[in-house]
Design a protein around this ligand. Structure first.
Ligand code: TYM
Length: 332
């Protein structure tokens, strides 16, 4: 059976981008067709300046939201990264096949390191090695597929490189995974800056739709979305990123096609109105389930406990094999 692994990082409230780019596929498709593991990758949240209490709160919230979007613990494994030591253990081994040059070349490192420096802060070493830990997350479970949004493509490519390099040097140990992307909305853009990704850790609140935004807040944000100059509604990501983003969001919500939808609208107002209502309807059941789950924190905790237990069982043999292959003396 195909093994699938993916994760979310608890660095902010989850967004419409997270949902359309990744979580929706996990719930609607992946958990039904594969042996799927979904992880709240809390260790990754420590790579930039962080508040411990906030990371804890966001980790709990992310777990609750993963269940609220429809992940079913009877079908898949939901757990927290730091509950399974094997991620960090394998990460160290992979640091011994990765190079500092390939880490420095990653887009996210360059962008985030620049942002930290602009704020006058220092860059944590873990930010540089972030992609290695991410590779460990994936390789430790022998995942075949990694369903992600567009922005993670380079990291999954690096994971493949590390797996191939390790296998060539030390003997076949890792499955070489591949990334999968949703057909539409693989990169949802910020409503106020449609040339930048809608990112949960960004400061631009009005441009980001959060999964737990009240319906009226969602409506307001979408109605105020920046559109482009030019009156015609055409789907062109390069020249008309604002309109293209709305068309993609609407298409993703309604199961349509952005190109075809562009022909159905004559004004920005009606496109925005329909997009806003489609998003409100999409989020309604998620928010309802989220409310119900918040009333039962014991249930969520139990899911995470069982999930970590299962994940450990799957992860341990891979780490043992990697330790042996790279030359570490087995413990007796
Ligand atoms: P994170 O937490 O930033 O995002 C979680 C998932 O949501 C997708 N996503 C988007 N998709 C479309 N449009 C957007 N605006 C948008 N924003 C986010 C992301 O592509 C991702 O699939 N490094 C990862 C977490 C991670 C991981 C892993 C993922 C750590 N280890 C192993 C997969 C496998 C991250 O920061 O995702």
């Amino acid at each position: 059976m195909t093994r699938v692994f993916s994760g979310v990082k608890p660095t902010g409230h989850l967004t419409l981008g997270n949902y359309l780019g990744a979580m929706r596929q996990w719930a609607a498709v992946d958990q039904h067709r594969a042996d799927a593991l979904f992880c709240i990758v809390d260790l990754h949240a420590l790579t930039v300046d962080h508040d411990p209490a906030r990371v804890r709160r966001l980790s709990r919230q992310a777990a609750t939201l993963l269940l609220a979007v429809g992940l079913d613990p009877a079908l898949c494994t939901v757990f927290v990264q730091s509950h399974v030591d094997e991620h960090a253990r394998l990460s160290y081994v992979l640091e011994c096949v990765a190079t500092d040059g390939e880490m420095r070349r990653t887009i996210q490192y360059k962008e985030k390191a620049a942002r930290e420096r602009e704020r006058g802060g220092s860059v944590r070493l873990s930010l540089l090695t972030y992609p290695v830990l991410m590779a460990a997350d994936i390789l430790v479970y022998g995942a075949d597929e990694v369903p992600v949004g567009d922005d993670q493509a380079q990291h999954v490519e690096l994971t493949r490189d590390l797996a191939v390099r390790f296998n060539q040097r030390y003997g076949h140990t890792f499955v070489v995974p591949r990334a999968t992307f949703p057909a539409v909305a693989a990169r949802v853009m910020n409503l106020q800056e449609p040339t930048s990704k809608m990112g949960k850790s960004d400061d631009s609140g009005p441009g980001i739709v959060y999964l737990l935004d009240e319906p009226d807040v969602v409506r307001k944000k979408i109605m105020r979305a920046v559109t482009d100059s030019g009156r015609e509604i055409v789907y062109d990501r390069e020249e008309r990123p604002g309109v293209a983003n709305l068309l993609e969001i609407l298409a993703a919500c309604t199961g349509g096609n952005p190109e075809a939808l562009s022909g159905a609208y004559e004004s920005y107002g009606s496109l925005k109105q329909d997009t806003a209502e489609a998003v409100v309807e999409l989020l309604r059941p998620v928010q309802e389930r989220h409310r119900a789950l918040c009333a039962d924190p014991g249930y969520v905790e139990g899911v995470l406990r069982d999930g970590a237990e299962r994940a450990r069982v799957l992860a341990r043999p891979t780490v043992d094999a990697a330790y042996r292959a790279i030359g570490l003396l087995p413990a007796v």
